[in-house]
Design a protein around this ligand. Structure first.
Ligand code: CMP
Length: 138
């Protein structure tokens, strides 16, 4: 069934320039999914606290809020068959050091990657994607 999911190319990713952003988007397109909306956003701390509410109180939370608000990010609304799971597989494990080669988080890791500093976020369900879209965009 076709479904929608949200990817955020995080500020650390956007900062690396057009070529990296284009290569990341290409991974999703090559897997047969469509990018139906692209939104450049400067997120504020309040939005990100709400977005990552489930992680509030964790040791990495404040670093995560800072990393997500340090500059503009690019939100992608992606649609396709099993898009949530496909995007999660393409993104790879949360920690870039544990992600498999060939995944975005591994292939585009840098010296600062790890902890909260992975390069992309992907929704973990289509319900989460709807909630995330509302927080980011409305
Ligand atoms: P993301 O997919 O955006 O969803 C939650 C984010 O919190 C995650 O990517 C990481 O950036 C960060 N994160 C999640 N778990 C951990 C952890 N155990 N240690 C450090 N950062 C984490």
């Amino acid at each position: 069934m076709a479904e929608r999911t949200i990817v955020i190319i995080k500020p650390d990713g956007v900062k690396r320039g057009e070529s990296v952003v284009r290569q990341i988007k290409q991974r999703y397109l090559e897997a047969g999914m469509r990018i139906i909306q692209e939104i450049d956003l400067q997120l504020d701390r309040h939005q990100i606290r709400e977005f990552y509410k489930e992680h509030e109180g964790r040791s990495f939370f404040e670093d995560l809020v800072s990393a997500m608000t340090i500059g503009p990010c690019l939100v992608l609304v992606i649609e396709g068959e099993e898009a949530v799971e496909k995007v999660r597989a393409i993104n790879g494990a949360t920690d870039p050091a544990k992600a498999a080669p060939g995944t975005i988080r591994y292939d585009f890791r840098d010296a600062e990657s790890g902890g909260p500093r992975n390069i992309v976020h992907g929704s973990n369900s289509s319900i989460a994607a709807s909630r995330e879209f509302l927080i980011l965009v409305e």
